[in-house]
Ligand binder design. Structure first.
Ligand code: AMP
Length: 289
């Protein structure tokens, strides 16, 4: 697919985007969608790569969504570099880059809120009240604006992915969701736009997050109790880094209910706070039987 070589189009308004998409649809082309908050890295680009393989047109959005940041969170400090992003998106083969302003996406304050279910009460939803309300609002708006055949989400944000899959199912949304594995640095740290906010010393310590999760995955297979596993993972992180634990949690995936012997897959997820940023990572572990 994606036979025709097309230059990247950058659009800032919904109207311009939809005009381009209408033309492509009239030609019978399929549309893959990669929503992001920008400051692109190889994780984002692997979503684009997969979207390119499965669709004729790849739309990427870059929008730092204020609705998913709580008071005192890092909305202002979230890293941004639009020119570099445009270059990387071009090189990766994005067809249309949609970079709306805040006013374009939210011309009015307030309005309707979307209330996610129990999956949003766990993990990041517990530490960031309202976060997933804001995620679902922007995702629904973007799905309605782009009307993609397929949408690409990273397992790096496994809770977000699980909630969006439930949203699609519960509201009969048309797009298909494609799960994309987490892309990591050579030392195992999950690629993230927020890694740029780590100090040099913290950057050296940060791979301990994935190492601790792998240790925990081994304990899951050995059959230790949920509490013991969570405790040992937390201990491994605080002993080997200056980070503090926001949460370490073992749950059934994608339900995000209590893990038990009937769970087919479980997720061991954590959030760790460093001096200027908070990082998340997870590991999904298939269980036998
Ligand atoms: P963000 O810009 O951080 O909101 O991420 C946009 C999309 O890229 C989301 O679907 C993320 O899950 C995905 N993503 C972010 N980091 C990675 C990574 N290291 N590997 C794979 N996907 C990622």
């Amino acid at each position: 697919m994606a036979n025709e070589v097309t230059a990247l189009s950058i659009v800032h308004t919904i109207q311009d985007l939809q005009q381009l998409l209408t033309e492509r649809r009239q030609q019978g082309l399929s549309v893959g969608f990669v929503p992001t908050m920008g400051f692109l890295h190889e994780g984002h680009l692997s979503l684009v790569e997969q979207a390119r393989q499965q669709n004729d047109v790849v739309v990427m959005s870059i929008f730092v969504n204020p609705a998913q940041f709580g008071p005192g969170e890092d909305f202002e400090a979230y890293p941004r570099d639009i020119e570099r992003d445009a270059r990387l998106a071009t090189e990766a083969g994005v067809t249309i880059l949609f970079m709306p302003t805040r006013e374009e996406m939210y011309p009015q304050e307030g309005g309707i809120r979307i209330l996610p279910g129990p999956q949003a009460a766990e993990l990041c939803g517990a530490s960031r009240p309202g976060h997933f309300d804001g995620v679902l609002k922007v995702v629904l708006k973007l799905f309605n604006i782009v009307d993609p055949d397929r949408s690409y989400f990273g397992l790096k944000d496994a809770q977000q992915l699980a909630i969006i899959e439930t949203f699609i199912r519960d509201f009969n949304l048309r797009t298909k969701i494609v799960r994309v594995p987490t892309v990591r640095e050579q030392d195992g740290l999950a690629k993230s736009s927020r890694n740029v906010h780590l100090t040099e010393a913290e950057r050296k310590e940060a791979p301990v997050i994935q190492q601790a999760l792998q240790l925990g995955a081994g304990l899951v297979v050995e059959g230790l109790s949920v509490n013991d596993i969570e405790q040992q993972v937390a201990d491994a992180i605080v002993t080997n880094s200056s980070g503090s634990i926001d949460y370490v949690s073992l749950l059934a995936y994608p339900e995000l209910t209590q893990a038990d012997a009937t769970s087919k897959e479980v997720i061991l997820a954590c959030a760790v706070k460093f001096s200027k940023t908070r990082l998340i990572d997870n590991i999904i572990i298939p269980l036998k039987g």
